[in-house]
Design a protein around this ligand. Structure first.
Ligand code: AGP
Length: 608
C-alpha cells in the first residue's frame, strides 16, 4: 500500500521522482505528490488521482526545479483520497516534508498531544503526526531527530524525510514496510521497490527493520537506532528493465499472462538436477521432514487459492494432513500449532501485512516457516526459516497471474520432493510425476495457444450481472481463483462453489441465462461435475465448460467449451487457470475497466 521514492544528486530531482512513482503506481494510485528542495525552501505539489495528474501539474517535473526530493503514491487508509490527505506532508512552518508507507497505530494519542502543544493538522492521515513530531524534536540534526521520533511511533513505516536546513540530504527509516536504497554515482536514491530504481542503478541496499539511512549525493550511511553506523552489503540486481515495461502489450496483465510458460520454467529448472529435485535454496535439503505431523499453508487472496490447489498435491503425494488458512483469520485464531507443524507461507510481494502477522504468530508457537516468495529480500523472505523464490520476475498488474502459477509450481515441486523423502512415493511413481511436472511450461503454453476464441466468448458474457464458477476438488480450487480474477478486474459479481454444494442452497440463484463456468478437468470427478452441469442447465443456466480434449459427454451438455491440455490431476490447476485469466482479462477489456489498476485495490497490501 503506497509507494515512496527519494532522490539526491546532480540531476533535476522531480522528473526522477515522477518516473519512480510511475513504476510504483501499482502499489496505490488514488493520489500522489512530490516535495523538491529548492535552495532552502521546499516546493510541494500534490494531486488526487493518478501520477499522470501530477506530471501534468508539474509539467513533467520541469516546473519544480531542485536536486533532491521525495515522492509518494497513495492507497488511502486514514482519510479520503484528497489533495490534503496526499503525501508529502509538511510541518506548519514548511521546514520539513515527509512521505510514509505504513500505518502509525498510536497516531490518535500523538495527535492529541501535538494539538495541545499548538500544532495545526491539515489532513486526516495518521502520517501527519510524524512531521509535527520531527518539527517538535528537531535539534539541528535531522538524523538524530528521525531516530528519536521513530522510537515514539507504533506501527509500520517506511519514511522519507527532507529538511529545508539541509537541501541535499534525505533521511529514510524502515520498520515493517519495504525500503531499499539505490546506490549511484554522484547521486543516490530510495524506493519501496527495486522496479523504481533499476532504470538508474542496480546496486541496492536492502534496509532491515529498525535501520535508518542518511542519503546525500556522495554517500549513503546506514545506522541503527542508537545512531551507530552499520555496514551493509550492496546487492547487484540483474532485473531486466524491460521486465518492468509493457513490451508492446496493451496491459501488464496480458503481458504477465503470456510470460507464464517462461516464469514457470525459470522457477522449475534451477531445481531439477539429474532426474531429481534439488533445492538451491539455503537449508532446505537439511529439513527434517519426519518431525512434522501436519502442514499449515497460509496466505491471502490468490496466494491463498494457490495454497488451496497445492493442498491436494501434499495430501496425495505425502499423505500428511494439510490445513489451508487465510492469514487474516489465522493470526487471530489461537491456532493449534507447535514445533511439529511445517508452516508454508505464500506471497508474491513478501510484504502482505496479514501474512506476516500470521507467520509471526505461528513461528512464536514453534512452527518452522518455509516461505514461497517472489520479491527477493522482502520481509516474509527474511523472517522465514527457509525461503524458496518463485522466479516470476516483477509482477506489475494488480491481479496476479504469473505470481499464482509460479507459486503452484513450487508447491508441486515441494510436494513431490517431500513425498519421495517421506517414503510415500516409490521411484517409479516419483519419476513418472516428475516427468509430468516438467511438461508444465509446455502445457501452459498450449493452454494459451488453444483458445483464440476467448475474446469472442468475453463478448458473450461481459454484460452478465454475476458469474458462477463451479468445480470439485482441484477444479474447485481453480474455481476460487477464476472467480477472484473475474471480480477484481471486471467488477462483475463472481462466486465459486464446490459443485456438490449447489443443491444445498446456491442452485436457488440459477435461472435463465445465468452464466456458469464449470471446471471439469479432474478426470476422477468428471462424471459428478457433468451431473451438476445438467442440473444447472435444467434451470436455464448458460454453461461454459473448461475441460480437457476427449471428454465427449461435456460437448453435448455445455453451451461453450474451453479446452486445456491434459495434465496429471494433482498438477492440473496451473494450466486450467490460464483460460480463466484470459476470460477475466477480455471481459474487463470489453467493459472498459482499468485492468492493471482496478478500483479500490493495490498490489501490495501492507496494512491490516
Ligand atoms: C490477486 O490477484 C490479488 N491482487 C491479491 O489477492 C493478492 O494475491 C493478495 O493480496 C496476496 O498478495 P501477496 O501474494 O503479495 O501476499
Amino acid at each position: 500500500m503506497c509507494g515512496i521514492v527519494g532522490y539526491t544528486g546532480n540531476h533535476e530531482a522531480a522528473p526522477i521522482l515522477l518516473e519512480g512513482l510511475k513504476k510504483l503506481e501499482y502499489r496505490g494510485y488514488d493520489s500522489a505528490g512530490i516535495a523538491v528542495m529548492n535552495g532552502n525552501a521546499i516546493s510541494l505539489n500534490k494531486v488526487s488521482g493518478r501520477i499522470s495528474n501530477l506530471c501534468e501539474k508539474t509539467d513533467d517535473g520541469k516546473a519544480t526545479p531542485g536536486h533532491a526530493g521525495i515522492g509518494h503514491t497513495r492507497w488511502a487508509t486514514h482519510g479520503a483520497p484528497t489533495v490534503v490527505n496526499a503525501h508529502p506532508h509538511m510541518s506548519n512552518d514548511g521546514k520539513f516534508a515527509i512521505v510514509h508507507n505504513g500505518i502509525i497505530e498510536n497516531y490518535l494519542l500523538l495527535r492529541d498531544e501535538l494539538q495541545q502543544k499548538g500544532y495545526h493538522f491539515n489532513s486526516q492521515t495518521d502520517t501527519e503526526v510524524v512531521v509535527h513530531l520531527i518539527d517538535m524534536y528537531y535539534n539541528g540534526n535531522l538524523k538524530d531527530t528521525v531516530i528519536k521520533v521513530a522510537s515514539i511511533l507504533q506501527g509500520s513505516y517506511a519514511l522519507g524525510v527532507v529538511c529545508a536546513d539541509d537541501p541535499e540530504t534525505v533521511v529514510a527509516a524502515k520498520k515493517s514496510s519495504p525500503l531499499l536504497i539505490g546506490v549511484g554515482n554522484g547521486e543516490n536514491y530510495f524506493a519501496s521497490d527495486v522496479t523504481a530504481l533499476v532504470p538508474y542503478t542496480r546496486d541496492i541496499i536492502y534496509l532491515d527493520d529498525g535501520e535508518f539511512a542518511e542519503i546525500t549525493r556522495e554517500k549513503v550511511v546506514v545506522f541503527d537506532s542508537t545512531g551507530k553506523d552499520i555496514s551493509k552489503e550492496i546487492n547487484h540486481v540483474n532485473w531486466d528493465i524491460q521486465a518492468a515495461e509493457k513490451g508492446g502489450y496493451e496491459h501488464f496483465m496480458l503481458k504477465e499472462i503470456m510470460e507464464q510458460p517462461n516464469a514457470v520454467n525459470a522457477t522449475m529448472t534451477t531445481r531439477l538436477k539429474d532426474g531429481d529435485i534439488v533445492w538451491d535454496d539455503p537449508g532446505l535439503d537439511a529439513l527434517d521432514l519426519s518431525s512434522f505431523n501436519k502442514i499449515v499453508i497460509t496466505a491471502c487472496g490468490s496466494a491463498y487459492y494457490a495454497g488451496c490447489a497445492g493442498r491436494y498435491a501434499f495430501e496425495q503425494l505425502c499423505r500428511i494432513p494439510v490445513q489451508v488458512e487465510l492469514a487474516s483469520e489465522l493470526r487471530y485464531n489461537d491456532p493449534i500449532i507447535d514445533e511439529h507443524t511445517l508452516l508454508i507461507v505464500l506471497s508474491q510481494s513478501g510484504e502482505t501485512a496479514d501474512t506476516i502477522a500470521a507467520m509471526r504468530e505461528c513461528m512464536s508457537r514453534g512452527a518452522s516457516a518455509l516461505s514461497i516468495v517472489n520479491v527477493v529480500g522482502s520481509t516474509i523472505a527474511k523472517i522465514a526459516d527457509y525461503t524458496i523464490y518463485t522466479w516470476a520476475g516483477p509482477e506489475i498488474a494488480v491481479a496476479t497471474t504469473k505470481g499464482y502459477t509460479t507459486q503452484l509450481t513450487v508447491l508441486y515441486l515441494l510436494a513431490l520432493w517431500m513425498g519421495k523423502k517421506l517414503g510415500k512415493l516409490d521411484d517409479e511413481r516419483f519419476n513418472l510425476l516428475l516427468e509430468s511436472l516438467k511438461t508444465l511450461p509446455d502445457s501452459i503454453q498450449e493452454a494459451l495457444d488453444m483458445n483464440p476464441m476467448i475474446p469472442e466468448l468475453a463478448k458473450k458474457y461481459h454484460q452478465a450481472k454475476a458469474v458462477f464458477f463451479i468445480g470439485r476438488n482441484t477444479d474447485y480450487a481453480v474455481a476460487l481463483e477464476g472467480a477472484l480474477k473475474m471480480k477484481e478486474i471486471s467488477y462483475i459479481h463472481a462466486e465459486s462453489y464446490a459443485a456438490g454444494e449447489l443443491k444445498h442452497g446456491t442452485i436457488a440463484l440459477i435461472d435463465d441465462h445465468q452464466p456458469v463456468v464449470a471446471l471439469c478437468c479432474n478426470a476422477g470427478l468428471q462424471e459428478k461435475t457433468i451431473s451438476n452441469i445438467v442440473e444447472v442447465k435444467a434451470r436455464g443456466a448458460e454453461v461454459l465448460a473448461v475441460t480437457c480434449k476427449g471428454s465427449e459427454e461435456i460437448v453435448s451438455v455445455a453451451d461453450d467449451i474451453i479446452y486445456v491440455p491434459q495434465t496429471e490431476t494433482v498438477f492440473s490447476a496451473a494450466a486450467e487457470i490460464i483460460p480463466l485469466q484470459l476470460l477475466a482479462y477480455y471481459v474487463a477489456k470489453e467493459n472498459g475497466c482499468d485492468i492493471d489498476k482496478p478500483k479500490n485495490l493495490a498490489k501490495s497490501v501492507t496494512v491490516e
